[in-house]
Design a protein around this ligand. Structure first.
Ligand SMILES: Cc1cc2nc3c(=O)[nH]c(=O)nc-3n(C[C@H](O)[C@H](O)[C@H](O)COP(=O)(O)O)c2cc1C
Length: 173
């Protein structure tokens, strides 16, 4: 059985090469809206999505992220948009809620033909003093845990095809 939604789920791949031009606001808003419709524990919508498109802040996040890894490589693949997904640190399900938002963002991006990729190390970034200062600058009060970055842009290359699914993925009892 298949339909458009199932096809999109199967065709989404992590994109690691982006064209420099920015996605449209219409595309951005459609992806963001999909993120906000993720299920959340008790319906509390504990996550927050920060949209970063300006070059200076992207460069700052890129530097912070690379520092966590201890490399000089660009961990954001020069994507023109970085969505930072945070979750309320006082929510028991912060990581689950934020992860589902990440999933919705990436699937919505795939449905629109945009490239996306989950970039890790948001936790370390926003646990740091520099990350906390950024939150303050963005007017985000309270305690937040970094869940992930969803980078977005127009793909500059075809992503790697999906690996075969492992045979013991599903257990039917
Ligand atoms: C929790 C999580 C963290 C990830 N972190 C990174 C990352 O930091 N950099 C990266 O290039 N890809 C990252 N990815 C993407 C995975 O490498 C990718 O999903 C995996 O290789 C499968 O490929 P696919 O997304 O094309 O199916 C991450 C994915 C998840 C779910």
């Amino acid at each position: 059985m298949t339909n458009e939604t199932l096809e999109t789920i199967k065709k989404r791949r992590s994109c690691r090469a982006y064209k420099p031009e920015q996605i449209t606001d219409e595309e951005l808003n459609a992806v963001l809206e999909a993120g906000t419709y993720a299920a959340s524990a008790m319906g509390r919508q504990s996550a927050k999505i920060v949209v970063v498109q300006d070059a200076a802040t992207r460069a700052q996040l890129t530097r912070m992220n690379a520092a966590v890894m201890g490399t000089n490589n660009d961990p954001m693949y020069a994507a023109p948009t970085i969505l930072v997904v945070l979750a309320d640190a006082n929510s028991k399900n912060a990581v689950q809620d934020g992860s589902l938002v990440m999933g919705n963002l990436m699937l919505a991006a795939a449905s629109l033909g945009l490239g996306s990729c989950w970039i890790n190390r948001a936790k370390e970034e926003f646990d740091s003093d520099e990350g906390k200062a950024l939150l303050k600058k963005w007017g985000i009060e309270g305690e937040w845990v970094g869940v992930g970055h969803c980078i977005l842009g127009y793909p500059a290359a075809d992503p790697k095809p999906a690996a075969p699914r492992k045979p013991d993925y599903i257990v039917k009892v």
